[in-house]
Design a protein around this ligand. Structure first.
Ligand code: ADP
Ligand code: MG
Length: 467
């Protein structure tokens, strides 16, 4: 049998197993679980392999990031394979897809008396959970993958996970901390209803504690918290500087950890950066697993928008609008969702289609605040630094080239990157006339045309200022 003949008879399902095993090794467990594991082998048809992805987001991500690697791996199994195609899994009638079963599960959740209804104290002390904040609606990308995996494994475990107690989630506002914590609570309530799970904000914790002191009932306050299996306290930065609450929190915290209860905390900073928190508390907060949620990437923002749109059956939002929003609204996910909701609400109200034009119009204020505004002072500082001259030289009348040239560059960038008028720019550079600014702009433009090195240098400064 020739080599190629033996390739013709590969068992594609087994080949797929070998390929995934190799990717698991290459990519590591977390990345593998997020992206490759959800894929299913569909068929090998002539020269083409088809894989199924559960969502459009995963399909697109795989197509953009892993397709070459997948193709190579398939070709080592069978050199006759020319193409690997990733498609969305078709929703067969009658079959229970994961989205279906989620719907069924959440219906089920409503009919059975919930955990909280059975435990009125929890109802009283815990915060109301937002039904939208589940693992199913959480879109995973490289910036939140660690936090997601950690949250998921705690939610799925029956006991404390060694090394993950406490789990400390931190990241800027609107990046998904509360969403993940509540997802843990939902998951446990649904799958492990005997586990007492309590989610509350640090503010609410503080309030409860003060109430308990006023009612002289600190003993039952403590007893109550001892009865919790999984305690989640959100936005822990609120108890920084509040000494008596901190003290009580610290006791509760130690007691729960010692009794092998799971703790999950969130903050807007890492434990060591929590100013106004006592050192011993800070250090204990960092004992377990500290997982950060980083600023979003374009792919994640786009994926979140897509997944939101997919969940709404009523209205279509064209792809260029999604791309536009994901590119422009970079501050946080809450704002991104807000923008999408606004666009959709407006379209419904006016009974118009969503288009790029009306989106731009509708969101112009929001978009402006998302654009990083560059000031003339930023420009002076950056250019002076880059050319090793003093900022004061920007204002001087000195004409030696090593000073005059950077000054002209700074004027040029001020014209390009800010909204200031020419006379205003002149004034800000030591009271010069607007014609001096025009001259500077023209001079720099012509130097850029003449010399690619010079142009690159100016472009670099522009990029540095924009990021
Ligand atoms: P934080 O608590 O970090 O300030 P939230 O958890 O309240 O942020 O998230 C803000 C909004 O963004 C919520 O509506 C949440 O559902 C949404 N969100 C955040 N991260 C994701 C994600 N990865 N996938 C889907 N939605 C997300
Ligand atoms: Mg929050």
């Amino acid at each position: 049998m020739t080599k190629s003949a033996s390739h013709d008879v590969i068992q594609p399902a087994q080949a797929w197993e070998r390929i995934t095993a190799s990717l698991r090794f290459e990519l590591g467990e977390a990345t593998f679980n997020s992206w490759i594991k959800p894929l299913k082998f569909d068929r090998l048809d002539g020269h083409e392999v088809t894989l199924f992805a559960p969502t459009r987001f995963i399909r697109d991500w795989i197509s953009n990031h892993y397709l070459d690697r997948l193709t190579t791996l398939w070709q080592t199994e069978n050199p006759g394979i020319l193409k690997v195609e990733v498609r969305c899994q078709p929703q067969e009638q009658g079959s229970v897809t994961s989205e279906h079963s989620d719907a069924i599960r959440s219906k089920h959740l409503k009919e059975v008396p919930s955990y909280k209804e059975r435990h009125s104290a929890f109802n009283h002390i815990g915060a109301k959970l937002d039904p939208r904040f589940t693992f199913e609606t959480f879109v995973v990308g490289p910036t939140n993958q660690l936090a997601y995996q950690a949250a998921k494994s705690i939610a799925e475990s029956d006991a404390v996970i060694p090394g993950s107690n406490p789990l400390f989630l931190y990241g800027g506002v609107g990046l998904g901390k509360t969403h993940l914590m509540q997802a843990i609570a939902h998951h446990i309530q649904l799958h492990n209803p005997d586990r007492n799970v309590l989610y509350l904000s640090a503010e609410k914790f503080m309030y409860q504690f003060i109430q308990a002191i006023q009612k002289q009932d600190v003993v039952s306050f403590k007893a109550f918290f001892r009865s919790v299996d999984v305690l989640m306290v959100d936005d822990i930065q609120f108890i920084c500087g509040k000494n008596s609450t901190q003290e009580e929190f610290f006791h509760t915290f130690n007691e729960l950890i010692d009794n092998k209860k799971q703790l999950i905390l969130s903050g807007d900073r890492s434990p060591s950066d929590l100013d106004g928190m006592e050192e011993r508390v800070k250090s204990r907060l960092g004992w377990g697993l500290v997982a950060d949620i980083n600023a979003t990437t374009f792919e994640l923002r786009y994926g979140i928008l897509q997944s939101k749109v997919e969940r709404m059956d009523s209205l279509t939002v064209p792809d260029n609008v999604l791309t536009f929003l994901a590119e422009k609204i970079t501050s946080n996910i809450r704002e991104l969702e807000g923008a999408l909701n606004k666009v959709i609400a407006h379209a419904k109200l006016t009974q118009q289609n969503v288009t790029l034009d009306n989106t731009q119009l509708l969101l112009r204020d929001l978009l402006r605040s998302n654009e990083k505004s560059i000031t003339i002072d930023d420009i002076k500082r950056m250019v002076a630094d880059h050319h090793s001259i003093r900022i004061a030289d920007m204002h001087s009348a000195r004409r030696s080239r090593n000073i005059a040239r950077p000054r002209q560059i700074a004027m040029y960038l001020s014209k390009k990157l800010t909204q200031h008028s020419l006379p205003e720019i002149g004034r800000r550079f030591g009271g010069k006339d607007h014609t001096t600014v025009i001259h500077a702009v023209r001079k720099i433009e012509s130097l850029c045309d003449e010399s690619p090195e010079f142009r690159e240098d100016v472009e670099l400064l522009t990029k540095l200022l924009q990021h």
